[in-house]
Design a protein around this ligand. Sequence first.
Ligand SMILES: Nc1nc2c(c(=O)[nH]1)N[C@H]1C(S)=C(S)[C@@H](COP(=O)(O)OP(=O)(O)OC[C@H]3O[C@@H](n4cnc5c(=O)[nH]c(N)nc54)[C@H](O)[C@@H]3O)O[C@H]1N2
Ligand SMILES: Nc1nc2c(c(=O)[nH]1)N[C@H]1C(S)=C(S)[C@@H](COP(=O)(O)OP(=O)(O)OC[C@H]3O[C@@H](n4cnc5c(=O)[nH]c(N)nc54)[C@H](O)[C@@H]3O)O[C@H]1N2
Ligand SMILES: [Mo]
Length: 712
Amino acid sequence: MVSCSQLSDPLMPPETLSPVSTQDAGTVVRGACPHDCPDTCATLVSVENGRAVSVAGDPDHPVTQGFLCAKVNRYIERTYHDARLRTPLRRVGAKGTGVFAPITWDAALDEIATRLDSIAASPDGPQAILPYSYAGTMGLVQGESMDRRFFHLLGASRLDRTICSMAGAVGMRMTVGANIGADSEGVPESDLVLLWGTNTLTANPHLWPFVLQARARGAAVICIDPIRTRTAMQCDEWIPIRPGTDAALALGMMHVIFALRLEDTEYMNRYTIGQEALRARVAEWTPDRTAEVTGLPLDTVVALGERFGRARAAFIRVNYGLQRHAGGGMAVRTIACLPAVCGHWRRAGGGVQLSTSANFQFNRTAVGHPEAGPAARTINMIRLGEALTLPDAGVGGPPVQALVVYNSNPAAVAPDRNMVLRGLARDDLFTVVLEHFQTDTCDWADIVLPATTQLEHWDIHFAYGHHYVTLNRPAIEPVGEAKPNSEIFRLIAARMGIAHPMMRDDDLTIIRQSLDSQSPKMDGLSLDTLLEKGWSRLNLPTPYLPYADGGFATPSGKCEFVSERLEQMGFDPVPTYIPPYESVERDPQLVSRFPLTLISSPAHTFLNSTFVNVTSLRRQAKEPEVLLHPADAERRGIAAGAMVTVHNDRGAFLAKARVEPTIREGVVWAPSVWWGKLAGDGANANQTTSQRETDLGHGPVFYDNQVEVGIA
Ligand SMILES: Nc1nc2c(c(=O)[nH]1)N[C@H]1C(S)=C(S)[C@@H](COP(=O)(O)OP(=O)(O)OC[C@H]3O[C@@H](n4cnc5c(=O)[nH]c(N)nc54)[C@H](O)[C@@H]3O)O[C@H]1N2
Ligand SMILES: Nc1nc2c(c(=O)[nH]1)N[C@H]1C(S)=C(S)[C@@H](COP(=O)(O)OP(=O)(O)OC[C@H]3O[C@@H](n4cnc5c(=O)[nH]c(N)nc54)[C@H](O)[C@@H]3O)O[C@H]1N2
Ligand SMILES: [Mo]
């Protein structure tokens, strides 16, 4: 049984919701994979005598299709891991050394309440308290309910959660009106699949069966990526683009399309605005110029444009890798124009998919209550280093005096790690971390609180790669003294005397509140249906064609080749190429000192920094590595297997050199995101990344990062 507070729901007697009877041998409990991934799998957890023994993908779910990824297959190993945090801990050693002693929940909550109260009451006020969370779990209950209510009521600083997807999301919004794109379930109908800046087999593996179906019917599958990833290796063609130049490629493709008159003029006339301005811009992007900027052969540019123009329903999977550069927002916006130019939105399998998330119209106001509490300043999460080290947190107002971290591991994942760690090392900073494991971030905490995993709590999930809502039931009792995030924030609020009724809602009430939506897309979804089946499709046809007949959610109601909103924000209203910050175009001197572009995208067996401590998965990742092209290695006298240092003015980390022609010359790849403390030198790739922001959405530029590599 789970804790009483979770089940104290008057409409739903606890016994009917009991996830598992401990006498049962072999109960199967339906759940959801909580991780930050487009696939949001529906899971089946087998429980015997109160212990979870296996987790599998639901074979009936149209996207999960009965399989899980390399990582979540290890969820049982992770849940019962020896190193699972089982009690609250209090730091007894110096910050960063990781020396802690167990304390009781009462003592931990008392200390947290006392410290936060005194900061809130000080002249600096509650804005000196900063929550820091991201998508360790994507669940609405454990990710954005009680936590948000608590910090809003308290008047803490607000966090702009930009670390992943904002640049592209804004790019989509400015072009098609919302972060809504083509349906994965239409992909089998596609006759050309472009995997553009996405490592699908690693980061979005449940799209792959649909891609294979399209291929079986004759579609070509092309990967556009500076690295010949495991995904690129499975494709018909690998296009090794120069990082950060995707907008130029899309403009060059349009040039070819218009030159060959392959556009769908009727679609453009009816459903787009700014056709003339786009044509004028595209005229500048001759194949020669495009080839020069993107570093691709002329023939490749021409062939790709022609192929796209001749396709009936090209599917572009643009994912988040390509927007981690200075012009990332504009790149996604430019690519998002392609299906409107060719009218591919009309047909199943055609269009662009960055995300499907905006279709999920949960009642987020009821869940997180953004209106609660006083107005407060907002801090961009990718500038955590500055927020903790500049006197006015980099944005004006009081210095940050308390940091409360949950669902995130900023000491590993945030850019400019040296500055982040300098901030976390401040002795006057009070840091609380809610976690499953003693991560890099926990090592800098004053108090660590043990949190439940997905097997131990309730939640409800949207997805960003498909259209199904998934319910997660607890399958087992909390491990040790772990508690759900929602419960922890209820308890802290109670200690601090924050007695608003919204702080007393239990988890099932929050789930019900989330489903109380006015949107027709949410029609038919209820807790009852989810309890019965585990998951449910949004009220959308299959496949869903969002823009077959226009219906763009922009101010004009059309696909906006010209965007007045962008112009008001000070950007070029027409799609354009914005070079990377650290490029020959913008900073040739820097590039001459640091000639290699470092991409630190995820390792196959890690989920950002999650799973790095799971032994079987870390063993597969071996050790921190850096992949170099043979020509780049030779120039530096680096042999395969040598220990090298990857460095720039921001920092350095050690890695073992892998030398293979599976990467574009001038680019290096460090599979990430390692825990610093599990790497030999205590460092990781974020030692070298910067806190700069993308053009749109204030997102990170992890891959807009010039380095040099030398023998260690
Ligand atoms: N196994 C696993 N799955 C994951 C994750 C994980 O860590 N591990 N993370 C999850 C999360 S949070 C996210 S956001 C997604 C991330 O997954 P994706 O959106 O696929 O993003 P990345 O893996 O960062 O980058 C994808 C590819 O883009 C390439 N790339 C980098 N720069 C450029 C560029 O300028 N142009 C082009 N065309 N390509 C470029 C990289 O080489 C990389 O192979 O995956 C999710 N799924
Ligand atoms: N160099 C480089 N840096 C990157 C990236 C990259 O590709 N390269 N990727 C970036 C991207 S795309 C993203 S999205 C961010 C991700 O950054 P984060 O969102 O910080 O993701 P994780 O590193 O997976 O850390 C999530 C933490 O949440 C914890 N957690 C999970 N569930 C729960 C829960 O229910 N309760 C509590 N209290 N904790 C929980 C996990 O144990 C884990 O330690 O990293 C970014 N950083
Ligand atoms: Mo992400």
